[in-house]
Design a protein around this ligand. Structure first.
Ligand SMILES: [Zn+2]
Length: 401
C-alpha cells in the first residue's frame, strides 16, 4: 500500500512537472483532497513542554499517532473533540501509584488523563504476579516496581523484620516478570523499616543492579540520616515523597537544601512528589523547599482507589498544588509529561505531542476560582486555579466513560 502510494505521488509529481513545462495544468482533483483524520482536537491551548509549545492549536491524529499540530488546521475527522477554552497536553504519566492493587484502577486513572503509570511497590516477591497481571491488562502503558519486602506493604512495616528484605526472592520474581518489572521500591520510614532502613536499601540496590534497574526510595521520617541513604543512589534512581517533613527531610531547619540532596540531583537522581495521604507533605516544608528553588522533577499521586476522597483526588489536582508557590501551568505540565517520560524506559516515546508519537493526550480544564488544597496533615491552602480532567485520548481513541 505504502509503495503504491509513493509511486502514485511520484508519478503525479513528474506529470505535474511535465505539465508545467508545456503550460498544461495538472488536474486539480488529483492534487487537492481534504485531509481526513481519525480524530481532531480542535481549538485548545496546546501546552507541550517537550516542543516548547504553548499556543492555540488543532491536533490531528491518524492511525493512533500524532499527525499534525497546527493552528486552524483544514480537514475532516471521524471524531472531533472541541477543546476551545481547555488545555491540550500530552497524556499524563504518574510514576508513583498503587493502581495495580485493583482491577478498576487503570480505568479510573485513565479518566483523570493518566495514560501511563507505575505501580510503586504495592507488592513484593510473594504476590507480585497479581500486580503484574493488572499492569499487563491495563489499557495504558503500565509497569511495576517490586517492593523489596517480599510480603509487600504491611501495616506493621514492610521490612521491620529484616528477613522480609529477601534478595533471592526478589531476584526470582523479577526473573519471572522481567518485561513488566521496571525497578525496585523500598520504603524507608521508621514505621516501615525501623533501624533496618540502610540495610534494606543496600539489598534493594543489590537486586536492582543485577538487572540494570533503578531503585525508588520512599524517604521521610527515617531513622538513618538522609545523606547516608542518598549515598546509595545513582543516576536514574527516584526519591519519592520529596516534600516529606522532618525528621530527615531534604531541607534543614534554616531552609537550606542539604548538600547531599543537591549532589544527588547533580548525578541524575530524580526527585518526585508522591502526594499520598500520611506523612509525605506538609505546607511549611513545601514552602521552604520551593523557596530554596529545589523544585520537583515529577508529580505523582501515590494513588489508591480511595484517592478521589482524600487530598489527592486526581493527578491534575496534585499538579495544581504548587501554583501558589510560583510554579506555572506549563512547568506543572512538564513535570507530569516530558519529565516523567524520562524516568522509566517504557515511557520513552511518550510525554510529547511530537508528530509521529503515539497519540496519548489529556484534555484538561484550568478553572479560575477559589480552591482548597490539602496536605497530609489536614492543612489547607487556597488557590485561584485548579486543573480538572476533561477528556482522555489513548492511542488515538477518545476514552468514553
Ligand atoms: Zn506509595
Amino acid at each position: 500500500m505504502k509503495g503504491t502510494a509513493t509511486m502514485n505521488r511520484r508519478q503525479f509529481l513528474s506529470a505535474a512537472a511535465a505539465g508545467a513545462a508545456t503550460f498544461v495544468r495538472p488536474r486539480p482533483a488529483a492534487a487537492v483532497q481534504a485531509p481526513r483524520y481519525d480524530l481532531m482536537i480542535r481549538g485548545g491551548r496546546v501546552i507541550d513542554p517537550s516542543l516548547r509549545l504553548d499556543a492555540i492549536r488543532d491536533v490531528a491524529i491518524i492511525g493512533g499517532r500524532i499527525a499534525v499540530v497546527e493552528a486552524n488546521l483544514a480537514g475532516e475527522a471521524v471524531d472531533v473533540i472541541d477543546a476551545r477554552g481547555k488545555l491540550v497536553v500530552p497524556g499524563l504519566i504518574d510514576i508513583h501509584t498503587h493502581t495495580g492493587r485493583s482491577a478498576d484502577g487503570p480505568g479510573l486513572v485513565l479518566r483523570d488523563g493518566v495514560t501511563g503509570w507505575i505501580d510503586a511497590g504495592s507488592q513484593g516477591a510473594d504476590h507480585i504476579a497479581d500486580v503484574v497481571a493488572i499492569a499487563r491488562a491495563a489499557p495504558q502503558q503500565a509497569r511495576v516496581l517490586i517492593n523489596i519486602g517480599r510480603a509487600g506493604i504491611l501495616p506493621d512495616g514492610d521490612t521491620m523484620n529484616l528477613a522480609r528484605a529477601d534478595v533471592a526472592a526478589a531476584r526470582a520474581a523479577i526473573q519471572s516478570h522481567r518485561d513488566f518489572i521496571a525497578g525496585v521500591k523500598v520504603r524507608l520510614s521508621r514505621e516501615v523499616a525501623g533501624a533496618n532502613d540502610y540495610e534494606v536499601l543496600r539489598r534493594s540496590r543489590e537486586v536492582a543492579d543485577g538487572f540494570g534497574l533503578p531503585v525508588m526510595i520512599h524517604m521521610g521520617q527515617t531513622i538513618s540520616p538522609l545523606p547516608r541513604l542518598l549515598d546509595l543512589l545513582k543516576r536514574g534512581d527516584v526519591v519519592t515523597h520529596m516534600f516529606a517533613p522532618p525528621p530527615n527531610s531534604i531541607v534543614d531547619d534554616g531552609g537550606v537544601i542539604l548538600p547531599a540532596v543537591l549532589a544527588a540531583r547533580r548525578r541524575g537522581v530524580w526527585f518526585d512528589v508522591g502526594n499520598g495521604q500520611t506523612g509525605h507533605m506538609r505546607w511549611d516544608t513545601i514552602g521552604a523547599i520551593m523557596k530554596a528553588g529545589f523544585w520537583p522533577d515529577t508529580f505523582s499521586t501515590d494513588w489508591n482507589t480511595n484517592s478521589p476522597t482524600t487530598g489527592v483526588i486526581d493527578l491534575p489536582n496534585c499538579m495544581s498544588k504548587l501554583f501558589g508557590y510560583g510554579m506555572t501551568v506549563s512547568e506543572a505540565v512538564a513535570c507530569a509529561t516530558v519529565n516523567a517520560a524520562r524516568t522509566f524506559p517504557v515511557f520513552n516515546d511518550r510525554g510529547t505531542l511530537n508528530v509521529g508519537a503515539p497519540a496519548d493526550v489529556a484534555v484538561l480544564e484550568l478553572r479560575q476560582g477559589r480552591f482548597e488544597f490539602l496536605d497530609n496533615y489536614k492543612g489547607t491552602i487556597s488557590g485561584s486555579q485548579r486543573l480538572f480532567p476533561s477528556a482522555t485520548v489513548l492511542g488515538g481513541k477518545q476514552i468514553r466513560a
